[in-house]
Design a binder for this molecule. Structure first.
Ligand code: ADP
Ligand code: MG
Length: 728
C-alpha cells in the first residue's frame, strides 16, 4: 500500500551525498587496472610482448606456445593487483555482458595447490551456448559455443576478476554476440578504406574506425525505484500522471548538478579511470534527473567494449550511492527520453582524420571522397540503418516529438551543401585544366574555411555531420553500440569498395586522370543521394510528408523496422562484406523479434497487475469512503443531502467509470496476449503484440492516471512522477 511509497520518500529525503575521496591527478589512475602496453612491457617477455602488439596492430595470429607466456604474465599482474579469478568477458545478444569466473587456484596432488592460468585458458573457453539467445542456430547445430580471446581489446581487472574480452561463436563458427560481426565489419572497412586512401597517399596501410559515444541516463533514488513494480521489472514507468512541473522551464539542462548525483558521477569516473575508459564530460540533460556522460573517442571495438563495461559499472556504483540508473529509452512519459549518440569517424595510420577537412586541395578531395561515400552509403541503406537501432524501448523515442524521427536523413550544413551543389555541376568526362584549377581553388580548397564557420547544428537530425565526424543520434540508450557500428561500417565499406571499382574503370577504360575520375564518380553520387539530405526540422509534420514523397522509409515500430535486416539486399551485403552469413543474419532477426515480444509481454503483465491489483483496490477503498460520507450526509440532511454531496456523488461515478474501463481493457489485453502467445510464427506474434496488445497500454494508463488525480494522495499506492523526478 501507500506505506511503501511514503517510506521510500522519507528514506530519500534523509539521504546525504556519499563521500568520494578525490585524488589530485586523475591521469595517474588512468588504465591502472588494464593490461595495457606499459604493463605488458613489464610483465611479458619480449617475444610475448611483440606478439600481442602485432596481433593488436595487424591482426597476426598469436602462436600457442607464446600464449602460455602471455597468460603467465597476465596472471602474475592480475594477482599482484588482488585478482583471484579470471573470466572470458563477452557480449551475448541479451544486450548485457556475460562472465563466468574461474579461480586461478588449482590443486596439484599431495594436498598442494598453486595459482595457474595457461595459454589455452586465455585463448579459448566453452560456455554453453544454449542458454544465450541464438536464434535457432542452436537447433540446427550443436549447443556448444566458444569464447575466443580478442587481443585487440586489452584485458582488465574488474572487482577481483581478470576479464579477458572475447568473441562468442557457436560450435560451427556462427557469431552469437555483438563483437564478432563488428570485428569483421571493421576489418572490411579497413581494407576498403585503405584501398581508396591509396589514391591520395600510397603510405597508408591501415584505417581505423573511431567511435565516441555519449551516454544518457536517469538517476532515481533506489528506494523510490524499488517502490515501483514497473521500474523494478521493466526499467520504466508504465503509468503515472505527469508532474505539474516537468521540463517546460528548461531549468535542468546544463544546470548545476545535484550533490548526490555529482558524488555518484565522481565515484563512477574514478572507476572508469582505473578501467581505462577515458571519460571526459558530464552534465545535466534536458529532463529532470537526467544526465549524460561522454568519453574521449577511441578505436571503435575498444569504445564498444568500454560502453558495455560502463553500463555495468554505472549499475554497480549506483548501489553505493543509493541510486538506480535507468538506461531505458523512455522511463517517463512527458519528459525527454535517453539516447546514445554515436560519433563516428575514420582515421589513417598516418594520422589523418578522413572525415576532417585537410590543408591542401588534394587532402580535401580525399575528405570529400569519404564524406560523399558515407552519404551515398546511408542513402542506399537507410532502412538497414533504421533497423540497426530498432528496439521496443527506442520505439518510444523515434518519431516522438523530442528525438530524431524514425526517418533516416543526413544533415550536413549550409556550406557543405553549397560545396556539393558546385561539385554536382562538374563536367561529364575529362575536366578542362581551367575547371580543375577553379574547383581546387574555389570549392575544394575553401573547405577548411567554410567548416570553421559552419556552426549551425541541427539537433533534430538523426545523422549529422559535425565538422570532423558524423554523429548518429538515433541510437537507443540501452543499445550495444556494436550493432549500429557494424551496420554503419559495413555499408560504408561496401560503398567504398564500389567507388574504387568505378574510379578504376574510368581510369582504365576512359583513360581519365585519377582526379577527373574521382570528380566524375562523386558527381554521380551527389546526384543520386539527394533524397537523404535534409537540413530542415526533422520533428515537423512537413518532413514526414516530404520524406514520403522522396521515397524514404518511416518505420515507426520495431517489428516493421527489423524486416530490413533480412531483405535479400541486406543478406547479400553482409555476406559479400564477410560480416555475417545468411544464417547469422536470420538468427539475429529472430532474436530481436523475440526480444521485442518478450519485452511487450512483460510490460503487459506488469501493467495488468498494477492496474488491477494495486490501483483498482485503492480506488474502490476511496470510493467506499465517499459512499460512507454521502450516506452520512443523507442521514443528517435527509432529502436535502444532494446540496452537500454533489461533488462526492460525481466522484463516485467518475471512479466507477474508470474502474470499469480499466477492468475491461485489462481483460482485453490479457485475451490478446493469450491469442498472440498461441501463434507459432514469430513475425505474426511480434506484429500482434505491437498492434493488438501494446495499444491497450495507453488506454489502461489513461484511466489509471485519471484515478491518480481523483484519489486521496494519502492512500495512492504508486510513487508519483513529481516524487520520482524531483526528490534527490
Ligand atoms: P558535442 O557533439 O556534444 O557538441 P563534440 O563535438 O566535442 O561535442 O564531441 C562529441 C563527442 O564526439 C565526444 O564524445 C568525442 O569524443 C567525439 N568525437 C570527437 N572527435 C571524434 C572522432 N574523430 N571520431 C569519433 N568521435 C569523435
Ligand atoms: Mg553530441
Amino acid at each position: 500500500m501507500s506505506t511503501l511509497r511514503f517510506h521510500a520518500i522519507k528514506k530519500t529525503l534523509d539521504r546525504k551525498p556519499v563521500h568520494v575521496e578525490e585524488i589530485e591527478r586523475r591521469s595517474e589512475l588512468f588504465g591502472r587496472n588494464v593490461f595495457n602496453e606499459a604493463t605488458m612491457r613489464q610483465f611479458l617477455t619480449k617475444e610475448a610482448f611483440n606478439s600481442v602488439m602485432a596481433a593488436m596492430q595487424n591482426g597476426t595470429k598469436i602462436d600457442r606456445s607464446v600464449a602460455d607466456h602471455i597468460s603467465t604474465g597476465m596472471k602474475e599482474w592480475a594477482i599482484s593487483k588482488g585478482a583471484t579469478h579470471y573470466t572470458h568477458w563477452f557480449q551475448p545478444l541479451t544486450g548485457s555482458t556475460a562472465e563466468k569466473h574461474d579461480a586461478f587456484f588449482e590443486t596439484i596432488g599431495n594436498g598442494l595447490a598453486i595459482e595457474k592460468f595457461g595459454g589455452s585458458q586465455l585463448v579459448q573457453q566453452e560456455p554453453d551456448a544454449s542458454s544465450f539467445p541464438n536464434g535457432g542456430i542452436r537447433n540446427t547445430f550443436e549447443a556448444r559455443g566458444y569464447t575466443a580471446w580478442d587481443p585487440t581489446s586489452p584485458a582488465f581487472i574488474y572487482g577481483t576478476a581478470l576479464c579477458i574480452p572475447t568473441v562468442f561463436v557457436s560450435y560451427t563458427g556462427e557469431a552469437l554476440d555483438y563483437k564478432t560481426p563488428l570485428l569483421r565489419a571493421l576489418y572490411a572497412m579497413d581494407n576498403a578504406a585503405v584501398a581508396v586512401c591509396k589514391y591520395f597517399d600510397k603510405n597508408v596501410k591501415k584505417v581505423n574506425t573511431s567511435l565516441g559515444w555519449e551516454q544518457e541516463y536517469f538517476l532515481v533514488d533506489s528506494a523510490l525505484a524499488a517502490s515501483r513494480p514497473d521500474i523494478v521489472q521493466t526499467g520504466r514507468t508504465l503509468l503515472g500522471h505527469s508532474a505539474a512541473k516537468g521540463q517546460q522551464l528548461d531549468d535542468h539542462y546544463f544546470g548545476s548538478i545535484p550533490a548526490r548525483a555529482l558524488a555518484y558521477m565522481r565515484d563512477l569516473e574514478k572507476e572508469c579511470m582505473l578501467l581505462g575508459i577515458p571519460v571526459k564530460t558530464r552534465h545535466n540533460e534536458v529532463a529532470p534527473n537526467q544526465f549524460e556522460l561522454a568519453p574521449i573517442f577511441d578505436e571503435a571495438n575498444l569504445a564498444v567494449d568500454h560502453n558495455s563495461l560502463l553500463m555495468d559499472v554505472m549499475d554497480k556504483v549506483s548501489e553505493r550511492h543509493n541510486f538506480k540508473v535507468l538506461f531505458h529509452e523512455k522511463p517517463f512519459a512527458g519528459v525527454n527520453g535517453s539516447g546514445k549518440h554515436n560519433n563516428w569517424s575514420l582515421s589513417t595510420d598516418t594520422g589523418v582524420n578522413l572525415l576532417g577537412p585537410g590543408k591542401t586541395p588534394m587532402s580535401n578531395l580525399q575528405f570529400l571522397t569519404f564524406f560523399i561515400n558515407t552519404i551515398k552509403a546511408v542513402n542506399d541503406n537507410e532502412e538497414l540503418l533504421r533497423a540497426a537501432i530498432a528496439s521496443a524501448g527506442n520505439d518510444h523515442r523515434l518519431g516522438a516529438n523530442e528525438a530524431p524521427p524514425a526517418i533516416m536523413s543526413i544533415f550536413i550544413g549550409e556550406q557543405l551543401t553549397n560545396v556539393l551543389n558546385e561539385l554536382e555541376n562538374v563536367t561529364d568526362g575529362k575536366l578542362s585544366p581551367q575547371e580543375k584549377t577553379d574547383l581546387k581553388l574555389n570549392v575544394v580548397g575553401k573547405i577548411p574555411d567554410v567548416l570553421l564557420d559552419n556552426t549551425d547544428r541541427n539537433r533534430t537530425s538523426p545523422f549529422a555531420f559535425t565538422g570532423n565526424k558524423f554523429e548518429f543520434r538515433a541510437v537507443g540508450s540501452t543499445a550495444n553500440c556494436g550493432n549500429p557500428m557494424t551496420v554503419l561500417n559495413t555499408i560504408v565499406a561496401k560503398q567504398l569498395t564500389d567507388f574504387k571499382v568505378e574510379v578504376d574503370k574510368l581510369i582504365k577504360k576512359n583513360a581519365m586522370k585519377k582526379d577527373d575520375a574521382i570528380f566524375n564518380v562523386l558527381r554521380e553520387y551527389i546526384k543520386n543521394s539527394k533524397k537523404i539530405l535534409f537540413e530542415g526540422n526533422g520533428y515537423g509534420e512537413a518532413w514526414e510528408k516530404e520524406a514520403k514523397k522522396r521515397g524514404l522509409s518511416n518505420h515507426r515500430t520495431t517489428p516493421e523496422a527489423l524486416k530490413a535486416k533480412v531483405s535479400k539486399k541486406a543478406i547479400k551485403l553482409f555476406e559479400e562484406m564477410g560480416v555475417m552469413n545468411k544464417v547469422e543474419s536470420e538468427a539475429r532477426y529472430e532474436i530481436e523479434m523475440e526480444d521485442y515480444v518478450m519485452r511487450i509481454q512483460i510490460e503487459g503483465r506488469v501493467l495488468g497487475d498494477i492496474a488491477r491489483n494495486h490501483i483498482v483496490p485503492i480506488a474502490v477503498q476511496y470510493q467506499n469512503r465517499l459512499i460512507k460520507n454521502v450516506v452520512g450526509l443523507k442521514e443528517i440532511y435527509g432529502s436535502e443531502f444532494k446540496k452537500f454531496a454533489q461533488e462526492q456523488l460525481n466522484l463516485i461515478e467518475d471512479i466507477s467509470g474508470h474502474i470499469s474501463s480499466i477492468n475491461s481493457d485489462v481483460t482485453r489485453m490479457t485475451d490478446e496476449r493469450r491469442t498472440a502467445n498461441l501463434l507459432e510464427d514469430y513475425e505474426q506474434k511480434a506484429h500482434d503484440y505491437c498492434h493488438k496488445v501494446k495499444p491497450l497500454f495507453d488506454s489502461i494508463r489513461y484511466h489509471c492516471d485519471k484515478l491518480e488525480l481523483l484519489v486521496d494522495d494519502e492512500i495512492w499506492p504508486m510513487t508519483k512522477y513529481r516524487e520520482l523526478l524531483f526528490t534527490n
